[in-house]
Design a protein around this ligand. Sequence first.
Ligand code: NAD
Ligand code: UD1
Length: 346
Amino acid sequence: MMNRTLLVTGGAGYIGSHTLLALIAAGYRPVVLDNYSNSVPEVLRRVQQLSGVPIEFVEGDIRDGKLLDGLFQRKAQDGSPVECVVHFAALKAVGESVANPLAYYDNNVGGTTTLLSAMDRAQVRHLVFSSSATVYGEPIELPYSEQHRIAPTNPYGWTKAMVEQVLKDWAATGEARRAVALRYFNPIGAHASGVLGEAPQGTPNNLFPFITQVAVGKREKLMVFGDDYDTVDGTGVRDYLHVEDLADGHVRAVQYAGQAAEPFSAINLGTGRGTSVLQLVRAFEQASGKTIACTMQPRRPGDIASAWADPALAYRLLGWKAERSIEQMCADGWRWQSQNPDGYGG
Ligand code: NAD
Ligand code: UD1
Protein backbone atom coordinates (compact mmCIF):
# COMPACT_ATOMS: atom_id res chain seq x y z
CA MET A 1 0.00 0.00 0.00
CA MET A 2 1.46 3.32 -1.03
CA ASN A 3 1.39 6.10 1.51
CA ARG A 4 0.96 8.73 -1.21
CA THR A 5 3.03 11.48 0.41
CA LEU A 6 4.42 13.95 -2.15
CA LEU A 7 6.83 16.85 -1.93
CA VAL A 8 5.53 19.74 -4.04
CA THR A 9 8.19 22.41 -4.63
CA GLY A 10 6.78 25.79 -5.67
CA GLY A 11 3.35 24.65 -4.50
CA ALA A 12 2.27 28.19 -3.59
CA GLY A 13 2.65 29.35 -7.21
CA TYR A 14 0.06 29.61 -9.95
CA ILE A 15 0.22 26.10 -11.38
CA GLY A 16 1.37 24.49 -8.13
CA SER A 17 -1.62 25.76 -6.14
CA HIS A 18 -4.14 24.40 -8.65
CA THR A 19 -2.25 21.11 -8.77
CA LEU A 20 -2.37 20.77 -4.97
CA LEU A 21 -6.16 20.67 -5.15
CA ALA A 22 -6.12 18.02 -7.88
CA LEU A 23 -3.58 15.92 -5.96
CA ILE A 24 -5.56 16.13 -2.72
CA ALA A 25 -8.76 15.18 -4.59
CA ALA A 26 -6.90 12.14 -5.96
CA GLY A 27 -5.95 11.05 -2.43
CA TYR A 28 -2.37 12.31 -2.23
CA ARG A 29 -0.87 14.09 0.76
CA PRO A 30 1.26 16.97 -0.46
CA VAL A 31 3.96 18.64 1.58
CA VAL A 32 4.71 22.07 0.09
CA LEU A 33 8.15 23.68 -0.05
CA ASP A 34 8.20 27.28 -1.29
CA ASN A 35 10.38 30.30 -0.59
CA TYR A 36 7.60 32.77 -1.49
CA SER A 37 9.88 34.49 -4.00
CA ASN A 38 6.91 34.73 -6.37
CA SER A 39 3.91 33.91 -4.17
CA VAL A 40 2.28 34.69 -0.82
CA PRO A 41 1.00 32.67 2.16
CA GLU A 42 -2.62 33.58 1.34
CA VAL A 43 -2.50 31.12 -1.59
CA LEU A 44 -2.10 28.09 0.67
CA ARG A 45 -4.74 29.40 3.06
CA ARG A 46 -7.15 29.36 0.12
CA VAL A 47 -6.07 25.91 -1.04
CA GLN A 48 -6.83 24.64 2.47
CA GLN A 49 -10.17 26.42 2.45
CA LEU A 50 -11.14 24.81 -0.87
CA SER A 51 -9.81 21.35 -0.07
CA GLY A 52 -10.94 21.23 3.54
CA VAL A 53 -7.65 19.64 4.63
CA PRO A 54 -4.63 21.18 6.35
CA ILE A 55 -1.55 21.39 4.13
CA GLU A 56 1.89 20.76 5.50
CA PHE A 57 4.11 23.65 4.51
CA VAL A 58 7.83 24.32 4.79
CA GLU A 59 9.07 27.80 3.97
CA GLY A 60 12.47 27.42 2.36
CA ASP A 61 14.57 27.12 -0.73
CA ILE A 62 15.20 24.12 -2.99
CA ARG A 63 18.86 25.13 -2.99
CA ASP A 64 19.07 24.36 0.75
CA GLY A 65 20.23 20.72 0.84
CA LYS A 66 20.19 20.51 4.65
CA LEU A 67 16.63 21.69 4.80
CA LEU A 68 15.67 19.07 2.21
CA ASP A 69 17.48 16.34 4.16
CA GLY A 70 15.58 17.30 7.29
CA LEU A 71 12.27 17.33 5.46
CA PHE A 72 12.75 13.92 3.82
CA GLN A 73 14.02 12.41 7.10
CA ARG A 74 11.12 13.76 9.12
CA LYS A 75 8.57 12.35 6.68
CA ALA A 76 10.32 8.96 6.68
CA GLN A 77 10.39 8.90 10.49
CA ASP A 78 6.68 9.82 10.59
CA GLY A 79 5.99 6.66 8.60
CA SER A 80 5.04 8.66 5.51
CA PRO A 81 8.17 8.77 3.35
CA VAL A 82 7.97 10.96 0.25
CA GLU A 83 7.01 8.83 -2.72
CA CYS A 84 7.44 11.39 -5.49
CA VAL A 85 8.53 15.01 -5.89
CA VAL A 86 6.44 17.34 -8.05
CA HIS A 87 8.90 20.06 -8.92
CA PHE A 88 7.44 23.45 -9.89
CA ALA A 89 9.88 25.77 -8.09
CA ALA A 90 11.67 27.96 -10.61
CA LEU A 91 12.05 31.50 -11.86
CA LYS A 92 10.03 31.99 -15.05
CA ALA A 93 10.33 35.47 -16.57
CA VAL A 94 12.00 35.33 -19.98
CA GLY A 95 13.14 38.98 -20.06
CA GLU A 96 14.56 38.77 -16.55
CA SER A 97 16.48 35.62 -17.53
CA VAL A 98 18.18 37.53 -20.35
CA ALA A 99 19.12 40.36 -17.98
CA ASN A 100 20.21 38.07 -15.13
CA PRO A 101 21.03 34.62 -16.52
CA LEU A 102 23.08 33.45 -13.54
CA ALA A 103 20.12 33.87 -11.19
CA TYR A 104 18.17 31.58 -13.53
CA TYR A 105 20.87 28.93 -13.91
CA ASP A 106 21.45 28.97 -10.16
CA ASN A 107 17.81 28.76 -9.11
CA ASN A 108 16.44 26.50 -11.85
CA VAL A 109 19.39 24.23 -12.69
CA GLY A 110 21.41 24.42 -9.45
CA GLY A 111 18.20 24.17 -7.42
CA THR A 112 17.25 20.99 -9.25
CA THR A 113 20.62 19.28 -8.83
CA THR A 114 20.52 20.11 -5.10
CA LEU A 115 17.03 18.65 -4.92
CA LEU A 116 18.05 15.47 -6.79
CA SER A 117 21.07 14.97 -4.52
CA ALA A 118 18.85 15.21 -1.44
CA MET A 119 16.38 12.80 -3.07
CA ASP A 120 19.23 10.34 -3.61
CA ARG A 121 20.32 10.61 0.04
CA ALA A 122 16.72 9.97 1.10
CA GLN A 123 16.13 7.28 -1.54
CA VAL A 124 13.24 9.16 -3.13
CA ARG A 125 13.14 7.86 -6.69
CA HIS A 126 10.38 9.65 -8.62
CA LEU A 127 10.13 13.21 -9.89
CA VAL A 128 7.69 15.13 -12.10
CA PHE A 129 9.18 18.29 -13.58
CA SER A 130 7.66 21.52 -14.96
CA SER A 131 9.29 21.85 -18.34
CA SER A 132 8.00 24.08 -21.11
CA ALA A 133 7.24 24.09 -24.81
CA THR A 134 9.76 26.90 -24.93
CA VAL A 135 12.49 24.21 -25.16
CA TYR A 136 11.59 23.71 -28.84
CA GLY A 137 12.33 27.25 -30.01
CA GLU A 138 11.53 28.20 -33.60
CA PRO A 139 9.29 25.43 -35.01
CA ILE A 140 10.65 23.29 -37.82
CA GLU A 141 7.20 21.80 -38.14
CA LEU A 142 3.90 22.06 -36.29
CA PRO A 143 2.46 20.61 -34.25
CA TYR A 144 5.53 20.17 -32.09
CA SER A 145 6.04 16.52 -31.26
CA GLU A 146 8.36 15.50 -28.45
CA GLN A 147 10.89 14.54 -31.15
CA HIS A 148 11.16 18.14 -32.36
CA ARG A 149 14.69 19.46 -31.96
CA ILE A 150 15.50 21.30 -28.74
CA ALA A 151 16.68 24.86 -29.40
CA PRO A 152 15.64 27.38 -26.76
CA THR A 153 16.11 31.05 -27.58
CA ASN A 154 16.70 32.52 -24.11
CA PRO A 155 18.33 31.56 -20.78
CA TYR A 156 15.00 30.65 -19.16
CA GLY A 157 14.33 28.17 -21.96
CA TRP A 158 17.87 26.82 -21.64
CA THR A 159 17.36 26.14 -17.93
CA LYS A 160 14.40 23.92 -18.86
CA ALA A 161 16.36 22.09 -21.56
CA MET A 162 19.33 21.62 -19.23
CA VAL A 163 17.22 20.29 -16.39
CA GLU A 164 15.62 17.81 -18.77
CA GLN A 165 19.11 16.56 -19.67
CA VAL A 166 20.08 16.37 -15.99
CA LEU A 167 16.93 14.35 -15.27
CA LYS A 168 17.58 12.00 -18.16
CA ASP A 169 21.11 11.31 -16.94
CA TRP A 170 19.99 11.02 -13.31
CA ALA A 171 17.18 8.59 -14.12
CA ALA A 172 19.53 6.48 -16.25
CA THR A 173 21.64 5.65 -13.19
CA GLY A 174 19.14 2.95 -12.30
CA GLU A 175 17.80 1.98 -8.89
CA ALA A 176 14.30 2.47 -10.29
CA ARG A 177 14.67 6.21 -10.73
CA ARG A 178 11.90 7.78 -12.80
CA ALA A 179 11.65 11.34 -14.11
CA VAL A 180 8.77 12.78 -16.11
CA ALA A 181 9.25 16.21 -17.73
CA LEU A 182 5.97 17.85 -18.67
CA ARG A 183 6.34 20.35 -21.49
CA TYR A 184 3.51 22.78 -20.84
CA PHE A 185 2.15 24.92 -23.63
CA ASN A 186 0.31 28.09 -22.46
CA PRO A 187 -1.59 27.58 -19.20
CA ILE A 188 -4.29 30.17 -18.55
CA GLY A 189 -7.52 30.52 -16.58
CA ALA A 190 -8.21 29.86 -12.94
CA HIS A 191 -9.93 27.49 -10.56
CA ALA A 192 -13.67 27.37 -11.31
CA SER A 193 -14.44 28.66 -7.80
CA GLY A 194 -12.83 32.03 -8.55
CA VAL A 195 -10.83 31.61 -5.32
CA LEU A 196 -7.48 30.65 -6.91
CA GLY A 197 -5.83 32.14 -9.96
CA GLU A 198 -2.79 33.78 -11.47
CA ALA A 199 -1.51 36.87 -9.66
CA PRO A 200 1.59 38.19 -11.41
CA GLN A 201 3.68 40.75 -9.56
CA GLY A 202 3.97 44.02 -11.50
CA THR A 203 3.21 44.22 -15.20
CA PRO A 204 2.19 40.81 -16.58
CA ASN A 205 4.60 39.33 -19.12
CA ASN A 206 2.01 37.00 -20.58
CA LEU A 207 -1.04 37.69 -22.65
CA PHE A 208 -3.91 36.31 -20.58
CA PRO A 209 -3.27 38.09 -17.26
CA PHE A 210 -2.74 41.28 -19.25
CA ILE A 211 -6.19 40.88 -20.83
CA THR A 212 -7.86 40.22 -17.47
CA GLN A 213 -6.18 43.29 -15.95
CA VAL A 214 -7.43 45.46 -18.80
CA ALA A 215 -10.93 44.06 -18.26
CA VAL A 216 -10.88 44.91 -14.56
CA GLY A 217 -9.62 48.44 -15.24
CA LYS A 218 -6.08 48.04 -13.91
CA ARG A 219 -4.55 48.64 -17.36
CA GLU A 220 -5.75 50.88 -20.11
CA LYS A 221 -5.27 48.71 -23.16
CA LEU A 222 -3.71 45.56 -24.48
CA MET A 223 -0.68 45.92 -26.68
CA VAL A 224 -0.91 43.33 -29.43
CA PHE A 225 2.64 42.39 -30.33
CA GLY A 226 2.54 42.01 -34.10
CA ASP A 227 -0.32 41.80 -36.59
CA ASP A 228 1.76 40.81 -39.61
CA TYR A 229 2.50 37.16 -38.81
CA ASP A 230 1.56 34.47 -41.27
CA THR A 231 -1.45 33.37 -39.22
CA VAL A 232 -5.24 33.44 -39.46
CA ASP A 233 -5.47 37.16 -38.61
CA GLY A 234 -1.82 38.22 -38.46
CA THR A 235 -1.50 37.89 -34.66
CA GLY A 236 0.49 35.23 -32.81
CA VAL A 237 -1.05 31.78 -32.35
CA ARG A 238 -0.57 29.68 -29.20
CA ASP A 239 -1.94 26.51 -27.60
CA TYR A 240 -3.74 27.77 -24.49
CA LEU A 241 -4.77 25.17 -21.93
CA HIS A 242 -6.86 25.46 -18.79
CA VAL A 243 -4.76 25.40 -15.62
CA GLU A 244 -7.15 22.81 -14.13
CA ASP A 245 -6.52 20.49 -17.08
CA LEU A 246 -2.82 21.02 -16.52
CA ALA A 247 -3.27 20.18 -12.83
CA ASP A 248 -4.99 16.92 -13.77
CA GLY A 249 -2.06 16.13 -16.04
CA HIS A 250 0.21 16.21 -12.99
CA VAL A 251 -1.92 13.70 -11.13
CA ARG A 252 -1.61 11.38 -14.12
CA ALA A 253 2.12 12.00 -14.33
CA VAL A 254 2.65 11.13 -10.65
CA GLN A 255 0.76 7.89 -11.20
CA TYR A 256 2.76 7.20 -14.36
CA ALA A 257 6.08 7.83 -12.62
CA GLY A 258 5.24 4.93 -10.31
CA GLN A 259 4.99 2.45 -13.18
CA ALA A 260 6.82 3.95 -16.17
CA ALA A 261 8.82 1.55 -18.29
CA GLU A 262 11.28 4.27 -19.33
CA PRO A 263 13.49 6.01 -16.75
CA PHE A 264 12.90 9.41 -18.40
CA SER A 265 9.95 10.73 -20.40
CA ALA A 266 9.29 14.17 -21.85
CA ILE A 267 5.62 14.74 -22.58
CA ASN A 268 3.76 17.67 -24.15
CA LEU A 269 0.75 19.01 -22.26
CA GLY A 270 -1.39 21.10 -24.61
CA THR A 271 -4.73 20.91 -26.37
CA GLY A 272 -3.38 20.49 -29.90
CA ARG A 273 -5.28 23.60 -30.99
CA GLY A 274 -3.99 27.07 -31.80
CA THR A 275 -5.74 30.33 -30.91
CA SER A 276 -4.64 33.78 -32.09
CA VAL A 277 -4.26 36.82 -29.84
CA LEU A 278 -7.36 38.42 -31.36
CA GLN A 279 -9.37 35.21 -31.14
CA LEU A 280 -8.53 34.98 -27.44
CA VAL A 281 -9.47 38.63 -26.93
CA ARG A 282 -12.86 38.05 -28.62
CA ALA A 283 -13.54 34.93 -26.55
CA PHE A 284 -12.66 36.85 -23.41
CA GLU A 285 -14.94 39.74 -24.35
CA GLN A 286 -17.79 37.27 -24.83
CA ALA A 287 -17.16 35.57 -21.50
CA SER A 288 -16.76 38.78 -19.50
CA GLY A 289 -19.07 41.20 -21.25
CA LYS A 290 -16.17 43.69 -21.18
CA THR A 291 -14.53 45.39 -24.13
CA ILE A 292 -10.76 44.99 -24.33
CA ALA A 293 -9.14 48.03 -25.91
CA CYS A 294 -6.26 46.92 -28.13
CA THR A 295 -3.42 48.74 -29.82
CA MET A 296 -1.29 47.16 -32.51
CA GLN A 297 2.43 47.18 -31.73
CA PRO A 298 5.56 45.84 -33.42
CA ARG A 299 6.45 42.20 -32.88
CA ARG A 300 7.98 41.31 -29.50
CA PRO A 301 11.63 40.28 -30.01
CA GLY A 302 12.10 36.53 -29.71
CA ASP A 303 8.44 35.69 -30.42
CA ILE A 304 7.44 33.05 -32.93
CA ALA A 305 4.34 33.20 -35.16
CA SER A 306 2.67 29.98 -34.07
CA ALA A 307 3.03 27.15 -31.59
CA TRP A 308 0.80 24.25 -30.73
CA ALA A 309 1.23 20.75 -29.36
CA ASP A 310 0.91 17.27 -30.65
CA PRO A 311 -0.75 15.94 -27.47
CA ALA A 312 -0.88 12.27 -28.58
CA LEU A 313 1.91 11.02 -26.32
CA ALA A 314 0.20 12.45 -23.22
CA TYR A 315 -2.89 10.47 -24.12
CA ARG A 316 -0.91 7.31 -24.83
CA LEU A 317 1.29 7.36 -21.74
CA LEU A 318 -0.84 9.24 -19.21
CA GLY A 319 -4.38 8.75 -20.52
CA TRP A 320 -4.64 12.54 -20.34
CA LYS A 321 -6.18 15.02 -22.69
CA ALA A 322 -7.29 18.60 -22.16
CA GLU A 323 -11.05 18.82 -21.62
CA ARG A 324 -11.83 22.50 -21.08
CA SER A 325 -12.60 24.99 -23.85
CA ILE A 326 -11.23 28.47 -24.51
CA GLU A 327 -14.63 29.81 -23.38
CA GLN A 328 -14.22 28.07 -20.02
CA MET A 329 -10.65 29.34 -19.65
CA CYS A 330 -11.95 32.88 -20.22
CA ALA A 331 -14.98 32.54 -17.95
CA ASP A 332 -12.92 31.09 -15.10
CA GLY A 333 -10.10 33.60 -15.59
CA TRP A 334 -12.62 36.43 -15.49
CA ARG A 335 -14.34 35.09 -12.35
CA TRP A 336 -10.97 35.04 -10.58
CA GLN A 337 -9.87 38.50 -11.76
CA SER A 338 -13.21 40.22 -11.14
CA GLN A 339 -13.54 38.72 -7.64
CA ASN A 340 -9.88 39.43 -6.81
CA PRO A 341 -8.94 42.62 -8.65
CA ASP A 342 -5.73 42.88 -6.63
CA GLY A 343 -4.92 39.18 -6.73
CA TYR A 344 -4.13 37.69 -3.32
CA GLY A 345 -3.41 41.10 -1.87
CA GLY A 346 -6.96 42.41 -2.33
P1 NAD B 1 5.03 30.66 -10.14
O1 NAD B 1 6.11 31.66 -10.09
O2 NAD B 1 3.64 31.12 -9.88
O3 NAD B 1 5.36 29.44 -9.17
C1 NAD B 1 6.66 29.05 -8.85
C2 NAD B 1 6.77 28.95 -7.33
O4 NAD B 1 8.07 28.51 -6.99
C3 NAD B 1 6.53 30.28 -6.63
O5 NAD B 1 5.60 30.11 -5.57
C4 NAD B 1 7.92 30.66 -6.08
O6 NAD B 1 7.83 31.37 -4.87
C5 NAD B 1 8.55 29.29 -5.91
N1 NAD B 1 10.02 29.25 -6.00
C6 NAD B 1 10.81 29.80 -6.96
N2 NAD B 1 12.10 29.54 -6.72
C7 NAD B 1 12.14 28.80 -5.57
C8 NAD B 1 13.18 28.21 -4.81
N3 NAD B 1 14.47 28.36 -5.16
N4 NAD B 1 12.86 27.51 -3.71
C9 NAD B 1 11.57 27.37 -3.33
N5 NAD B 1 10.54 27.89 -4.01
C10 NAD B 1 10.82 28.61 -5.12
O7 NAD B 1 5.09 29.96 -11.59
P2 NAD B 1 4.05 28.99 -12.31
O8 NAD B 1 3.46 29.73 -13.44
O9 NAD B 1 3.18 28.33 -11.30
O10 NAD B 1 5.07 27.94 -12.92
C11 NAD B 1 5.41 26.74 -12.25
C12 NAD B 1 6.47 26.01 -13.05
O11 NAD B 1 5.98 25.78 -14.38
C13 NAD B 1 7.78 26.77 -13.22
O12 NAD B 1 8.83 25.83 -13.19
C14 NAD B 1 7.67 27.38 -14.61
O13 NAD B 1 8.92 27.61 -15.17
C15 NAD B 1 6.91 26.28 -15.33
N6 NAD B 1 6.16 26.74 -16.50
C16 NAD B 1 5.23 27.73 -16.37
C17 NAD B 1 4.52 28.16 -17.48
C18 NAD B 1 3.49 29.27 -17.37
O14 NAD B 1 3.03 29.76 -18.40
N7 NAD B 1 3.07 29.68 -16.18
C19 NAD B 1 4.75 27.58 -18.75
C20 NAD B 1 5.70 26.55 -18.84
C21 NAD B 1 6.40 26.13 -17.71
C1 UD1 C 1 6.05 33.17 -23.19
C2 UD1 C 1 7.55 32.95 -23.10
C3 UD1 C 1 7.80 31.46 -22.96
C4 UD1 C 1 7.05 30.90 -21.77
C5 UD1 C 1 5.56 31.20 -21.95
C6 UD1 C 1 4.70 30.73 -20.81
C7 UD1 C 1 8.57 34.78 -24.38
C8 UD1 C 1 9.33 35.15 -25.61
N1 UD1 C 1 8.20 33.48 -24.29
O1 UD1 C 1 5.60 32.50 -24.32
O2 UD1 C 1 9.18 31.22 -22.80
O3 UD1 C 1 7.23 29.50 -21.67
O4 UD1 C 1 5.40 32.63 -22.07
O5 UD1 C 1 5.01 31.41 -19.62
O6 UD1 C 1 8.32 35.60 -23.51
N2 UD1 C 1 1.17 38.99 -26.53
C9 UD1 C 1 0.63 40.22 -26.86
N3 UD1 C 1 0.57 41.18 -25.90
C10 UD1 C 1 1.02 40.98 -24.61
C11 UD1 C 1 1.58 39.72 -24.29
C12 UD1 C 1 1.64 38.76 -25.28
O7 UD1 C 1 0.21 40.44 -28.00
O8 UD1 C 1 0.95 41.91 -23.78
C13 UD1 C 1 1.19 37.92 -27.57
C14 UD1 C 1 2.55 37.33 -27.87
O9 UD1 C 1 3.18 38.04 -28.89
C15 UD1 C 1 2.18 35.90 -28.26
C16 UD1 C 1 0.92 35.60 -27.42
O10 UD1 C 1 0.41 36.87 -27.04
O11 UD1 C 1 1.80 35.84 -29.62
C17 UD1 C 1 1.20 34.80 -26.16
O12 UD1 C 1 2.24 35.45 -25.42
P1 UD1 C 1 2.68 34.93 -23.96
O13 UD1 C 1 1.47 34.79 -23.10
O14 UD1 C 1 3.75 35.84 -23.48
O15 UD1 C 1 3.23 33.47 -24.20
P2 UD1 C 1 4.40 32.95 -25.19
O16 UD1 C 1 4.86 34.01 -26.10
O17 UD1 C 1 3.90 31.70 -25.83
